[in-house]
Design a binder for this molecule. Structure first.
Ligand code: OFO
Length: 186
C-alpha cells in the first residue's frame, strides 16, 4: 500500500455531487467572512447590537461550513478548505448592511436548491437527507432577514430611529439565543 496520503476512499458519492458540496463549503465560508465584515462595520459605526447579531451569525455560518466538511469526508469524499477573497468592507448604512444580508441569503438558498435538485437527479438520497437541514435553515434565515428589513420601515430611520432599530435587532438576537438554548436543553 502506498505511503502517499490517502484522501479518497471507495465511495458511492458521485464526483459532481462532491464538487458541488465543496462549492457549498466555500459559500458557507464566504457567508461567515461576509457577516464578519458587516459585524465589524456595525461595531465601528456604533451599531453595537447589530454587530453582536452579525458576529454571532458569522460563527453560525462557520459551523455550517464545518458540518459540510465533516459530511464530505465521512461519505468518502475529500473536503477542501476554501480560499476566500474579495471581501466587501464598506457599507453605505445600517439598512444597506441588512439588504446585503437578505440578498446573500437568497443566493445561498438558490445554491442549496440547486445542490438538492442535483442530488435528486443522481438519486443521492443520503446527501439529500443531509442537505434537508440546510433547506430548513435557509427558510428561517431568509425570513429573519426579511423581518429585520421590515423593522427599518416600521420604525423609520429618522431621529432616534436608527438607535431604536439597532435595539430591536438586539432584541431579536436575544430571542433567538433564548430559543436555541431552550431547544438545546429540551
Ligand atoms: Fe449557512 O445559513 Fe444562511 O447562509
Amino acid at each position: 500500500m502506498s505511503k502517499a496520503l490517502k484522501v479518497k476512499s471507495k465511495t458511492a458519492l458521485d464526483e459532481e455531487v462532491e464538487a458541488k458540496l465543496n462549492q457549498q463549503v466555500k459559500m458557507e465560508g464566504i457567508s461567515s467572512f461576509y457577516y464578519l465584515t458587516m459585524a465589524s462595520w456595525c461595531e465601528k459605526n456604533g451599531y453595537l447590537k447589530s454587530a453582536e447579531f452579525l458576529y454571532h451569525h458569522a460563527e453560525e455560518e462557520k459551523l455550517h461550513m464545518m458540518k459540510l466538511i465533516r459530511y464530505i469526508n465521512e461519505v468518502g469524499g475529500y473536503a477542501l478548505a476554501p480560499e476566500i477573497k474579495n471581501l466587501k468592507y464598506k457599507y453605505d448604512s445600517l439598512r444597506d448592511v441588512f439588504e446585503h444580508v437578505l440578498e446573500h441569503e437568497v443566493a445561498v438558498t438558490n445554491a442549496i436548491n440547486g445542490l438538492f435538485d442535483y442530488c435528486f437527479e443522481k438519486k443521492d438520497f443520503i446527501t439529500m437527507q443531509f442537505m434537508q437541514w440546510y433547506v430548513n435553515e435557509q427558510r428561517e434565515e431568509e425570513s429573519l432577514a426579511r423581518r429585520i428589513l421590515e423593522i427599518f420601515d416600521i420604525i423609520g430611520e429618522a431621529g432616534q430611529g436608527l438607535w431604536l432599530i439597532d435595539q430591536e435587532i438586539g432584541n431579536i438576537h436575544q430571542a433567538l439565543l433564548a430559543a436555541a438554548a431552550q431547544e438545546a436543553g429540551a
